[in-house]
Ligand binder design. Structure first.
Ligand SMILES: Nc1ncnc2c1ncn2[C@@H]1O[C@H](COP(=O)(O)OP(=O)(O)O)[C@@H](O)[C@H]1O
Ligand SMILES: O=C(O)C1=C[C@@H](OP(=O)(O)O)[C@@H](O)[C@H](O)C1
Ligand SMILES: [Mg+2]
Length: 172
């Protein structure tokens, strides 16, 4: 195993879930998505968890899942866009993985999330404003923990994967 764990961070629509799966296939590593893991453990969808427990309840579950999953080795972990908010998560990601920030403009985030109703924070009148406001708070945190930053606006998923592999190879 050349790599320790790899964690993908970035805003909604950055492609964390999509790229993580492709990258895991390419590197023959196992793949986990923290949102899917929460859904499997609870038997509830992300929107239902937000309805029943609020964002705060969801964040507690997310922290537990990230802590558990990053105990492993050789894992590719796609996180949710807000996972970097908790200092404990940032610490766990930094110490137990190489962190890859998938950078994406709000314009592309909007395009990529428009048809998907499974992101409770975007079920509003003005998702653009929500994404802009979230990015103001979160962008410095993504940058703070990133070992590698990958631009995704100009690359199809396959090329994002290739760029990640190129940058990882340059790191070691
Ligand atoms: N680099 C890319 N170029 C074009 N579309 C993409 C890219 N990355 C992801 N997508 C598409 O955007 C949508 C959201 O991707 P997803 O992996 O769910 O993002 P995230 O997990 O970061 O919220 C999906 O339909 C996916 O196919
Ligand atoms: O940005 C966020 O706060 C969230 C992002 C979502 O994951 P994706 O980034 O994979 O869409 C999911 O964790 C939840 O809806 C909250
Ligand atoms: Mg995702």
């Amino acid at each position: 195993m050349r790599y320790k764990n790899l964690t993908l961070v970035g805003p909604m629509g950055a492609g964390k879930s999509t790229i993580g799966r492709l990258l895991a296939r390419e590197l023959q590593l196992s793949f986990k998505d923290s949102d899917r893991e929460i859904e499997e453990r609870t038997g509830a969808s992300i929107p239902l968890i937000f309805d029943l427990e609020g964002e705060e309840g969801f964040r507690i579950r997310e922290e537990q899942v990230i802590d558990d999953l990053l105990q492993e080795r050789g894992l590719i972990l796609a996180t949710g866009g807000g996972a970097i908010l908790k200092p404990a998560n940032r610490k766990r990601m930094s110490s137990n993985s190489t962190v890859i920030y998938l950078h994406t403009s709000v314009e592309h985030q909007l395009e990529r999330t428009a048809r998907d109703k499974n992101r409770p924070l975007l079920q509003t009148e003005n998702p653009r404003k929500v994404l802009e406001n979230l990015l103001k708070i979160r962008e410095p945190l993504y940058r703070e923990i990133a070992d590698i930053i990958i631009e995704t606006d100009t690359r199809a998923p396959r090329l994002v994967v290739q760029e990640i592999i190129d940058q990882l190879t340059a790191l070691v």
